[in-house]
Design a protein around this ligand. Sequence first.
Ligand SMILES: [Zn+2]
Ligand SMILES: [Zn+2]
Length: 383
Amino acid sequence: MAQDLYSILGLKRNASEADIKKAYRKLARKYHPDVNPGNKDAEQKFKDISRAYEYLGNPEKRKLYDEFGEESLQAGFDADKTRQYHRWQSAADGEGGFGVGDDYSGTEFGRFHSYEDIFGDMFGFSAAGRSAGRPAKERGQDVEYTLSIDFLSALKGMKTDISLRRVRECEKCSGTGTEPGSKLIPCNVCGGSGRIKVAEGPLHFTQVCPRCGGHGRVGTPCSACGGSGQTEGTEKIRVSIPPGVDEGSRIRVAGKGGAGRAGGSPGDLYLVVHVEPHPVLSRKGSDLYMDVPVSVGEAVGGGTITIPTVDGDISLKIPSGSQNGKLLRVKGKGMADPRTKTRGDLFVRLAVRLPEGGDEEMRSAARILDRYYQGDIRKNVRL
Ligand SMILES: [Zn+2]
Ligand SMILES: [Zn+2]
């Protein structure tokens, strides 16, 4: 993470100009490479201190840093355009987060002021050669994936592993696309500023340079990813499907979308659920409907039958004289509502079945049954 410039110099935000100068001189004297030959830590500290003073020691730059933070440290930073850009785009990219000590510094040593410079004319020192701009973070894209599950899994919920081809940040170059340790030269597209000017609608603003990704410098392309900063591979992802998901439900799996750029966070994965139909169960909202065959005897005389539910078998009373298609309600045995966690009801739809085949005795029994119809059973069937 980016270290705050003030804390690098051991100062509070309200430090005076004199405090800043004093702190810088003290630290620079202690960590200057000339007095710490071969000490990598000291060298890094000195770089950080120099950079912090470059900004905080200059009242104008300090004001911008106070307003914009890390972003103001980028090469080619334009305060007015950034303010416009932030207004135009609510989710600003490149907001902070890049370490002063990030290692894009293969050639940066040349901009150090010599020992004499620092302790000679303090005010004479100019920031010779801007540093390479810090790359702007970019969040990865969200990715959608259709997940087919069977009806019962949607009912009960499930955990499953899915294998997904995913673009990830290259591990070797940490997404920079540059071979670690390679020499950096200024980018020829943005001239080393890391940003290019673009016009969008009525506004003009700058945008991360696509060639160098905002680094301002380009090096040898990374041998693992060919310079794209991203690698593609298959990844097994464990996903948890909550009970009650419906056709078209979107399940978010945070951080499993496309890779971010330059240390930006990855996008999210959205699983769009497709529920396979079930032969005897269907769904309306959080209520379930189940078609259950009953015999003529059960329909006429009533009885108790056993039906399966996701919570196990239950007994169901069939009232005598139940017509074909009658709905019997079983409370609380429907679908879970993933939001309210309550459950709908199960409606059992009776389907009166005749015996298959049969003989003369069966047919005469049926004719006896027919005597009990009252009036014309088709009297309401008219056009
Ligand atoms: Zn790479
Ligand atoms: Zn560039």
